[in-house]
Design a protein around this ligand. Structure first.
Ligand SMILES: Nc1ncnc2c1ncn2[C@@H]1O[C@H](COP(=O)(O)OP(=O)(O)OP(=O)(O)O)[C@@H](O)[C@H]1O
Length: 248
């Protein structure tokens, strides 16, 4: 069933001199409930702009974004957003951060078991009382992910959440995202620069052109789970996507 629909979306912003800058041009795609979509493309092609339009943080001047048939006009808790730098509250502990949205919504009667479930799943047991500056970058990102997923969003938008992590930590957070996706069946849209990450996690990969960002191609990922990054099939797909990203 189609959950997310982007129809004829264009977005023009202003550059530093006040001149119009066409960022996104005629974007069209649909995602079904439970899909994992990655968006990949050259720097500045409008990936984050597209994610902001899906979240409702921004609105397009042409076209529309709908989720479950409803037009997106403003942010909503049903669409979670995880930033590159998880943006945890530095004055709250890991547990307080994870439960902050639930508390804001439900007061003190929030679902504490759910919070504990994600503390365990994210490997944060024993660090509940630590503050963000006392844990590693990977742990902070796992906590940011937990903070979003406990809200049970219909759609989870991931804006390069592994972008600032080293290769080992990155693989570790990818694994956690994959587990959360499989367990919750939440529709996820990930912006990434990392072809392997896109192949490892996604059901489909959207390849964008340089600015103005247009969809060059949508590649359906044929690989079964669990995926093996060193398999021939994985490496073949990496080459195919790398070639499609070769614009110059
Ligand atoms: N608020 C804004 N006003 C003007 N221009 C903006 C604004 N936000 C982004 N831009 C410009 O829009 C273009 C697309 O930005 P965006 O962050 O969406 O690209 P991206 O593909 O996510 O880039 P990257 O991969 O480097 O993160 C860039 O040239 C950026 O400088």
């Amino acid at each position: 069933m189609v959950q997310l629909a982007i129809r004829n979306v264009s977005r023009t912003l202003q550059d530093n001199n006040g001149q119009p800058l066409e960022i996104l041009k005629d974007i069209n795609f649909q995602a079904s409930s439970g899909e994992f979509i990655s968006i990949i493309g050259p720097s500045g092609c409008g990936k984050t702009t597209l994610l902001r339009l899906i979240s409702g943080l921004d609105t397009p001047e042409k076209g529309d974004v709908t989720v479950d048939g409803n037009k997106v006009t403003a942010p909503n808790v049903s669409r979670g957003y995880v930033f590159q730098h998880g943006s945890l509250f530095p004055w709250e502990t890991i547990e307080e951060n994870i439960s902050s949205g639930l508390k804001a919504l439900n007061g003190r009667n929030y679902d504490k078991e759910l919070v504990q479930h994600y503390i365990e799943l994210m490997g944060l047991k024993g660090f509940e009382s630590s503050y963000p500056h006392q844990v590693s970058g990977g742990m902070a990102q796992r906590a940011a992910l937990a903070r979003s997923i406990v809200m049970k969003p219909k759609l989870l938008l991931l804006d390069e959440p592994m972008g600032a992590l080293d290769a080992f930590t990155r693989a570790d957070v990818q694994e956690v995202i994959h587990q959360v996706w499989q367990q919750t069946k939440t529709t996820m849209v990930l912006v990434t620069h990392d072809i392997d990450e896109a192949i490892y996690l996604s059901t489909r990969i959207i390849i964008m052109t340089p600015r103005p960002g247009e969809i060059k191609e949508i590649v359906t990922n044929p690989l079964d789970f669990p995926r093996n990054r060193t398999s021939t099939e994985f490496m073949d797909l990496r080459k195919i996507i790398q070639d499609k990203l070769n614009f110059y």
